[in-house]
Design a protein around this ligand. Sequence first.
Ligand SMILES: C[S@@+](CC[C@H](N)C(=O)[O-])C[C@H]1O[C@@H](n2cnc3c(N)ncnc32)[C@H](O)[C@@H]1O
Length: 231
Amino acid sequence: MLAPASASIPSVNASATPAQLRRFFYAAYCDTPTPFRLLGALRPYVCPFDKLLQFVRDGAEVLDVGCGAGSFLTLLAATKKIRRGVGCDVMAAPLQSARAAAARLGAQGILSFEHVGSVAEAPEGPFDIVAMVDVLHHVPPGNRSDVFSAAAKRVRPGGIFLYKDMTARPGGRRLAHNIDDYIFTREWVEQVPEGAVETWAGDHRLALVHDEFIPRLIYGHELRVFQRPEH
Ligand SMILES: C[S@@+](CC[C@H](N)C(=O)[O-])C[C@H]1O[C@@H](n2cnc3c(N)ncnc32)[C@H](O)[C@@H]1O
């Protein structure tokens, strides 16, 4: 049984500001250890959740690959956009935070979180939406196409593959991400080269329907939305 929450969880909708999302995440993740709770609450200032939300149709079933602490799915559940959300990750600890936040929201019946050895072990679906947010730059370059492929196979006909990662474009925004990740993970990451995901998506008959570079603060994001044809 969870201890009482320190504060009630503010409601949010799809047009919530970063400040409203900060308050939402801070309250929903009250069971998460303080440094991670703070970082998660500040993430809406950096991560374009607002853009991601636009591509999730109401009532969708969503698989979030590499969900971490489940921020995207908890937000989707809180905004009442989805019928079901499944998160999977190779790390167990963040999933505990995700489950606790889902329970705080009363969304245990909608959200589930699975610890997997690889994406190939994730539920097969198929899903209306498969999301992959800031995952691939943590995957060794030689394994990225396999991870992408395992996720892509889980998109149903007519469904969406929602991909967002940090920019690989040379310059200050890429450097800011490298320094940021180095501080928090001691890893000097190699961003996903431009054009790579488009090639892998093409191999899986996923058509690019939206392509956007999103600058936020000192960071840069690459958003790609792919759709599987109905037939
Ligand atoms: C920067 S975090 C992003 C978490 C979450 N997607 C979000 O945006 O809040 C990267 C996540 O990818 C996960 N990850 C790394 N390699 C993975 C793999 N091969 N399969 C699934 N998840 C992976 C990590 O464990 C971590 O939770």
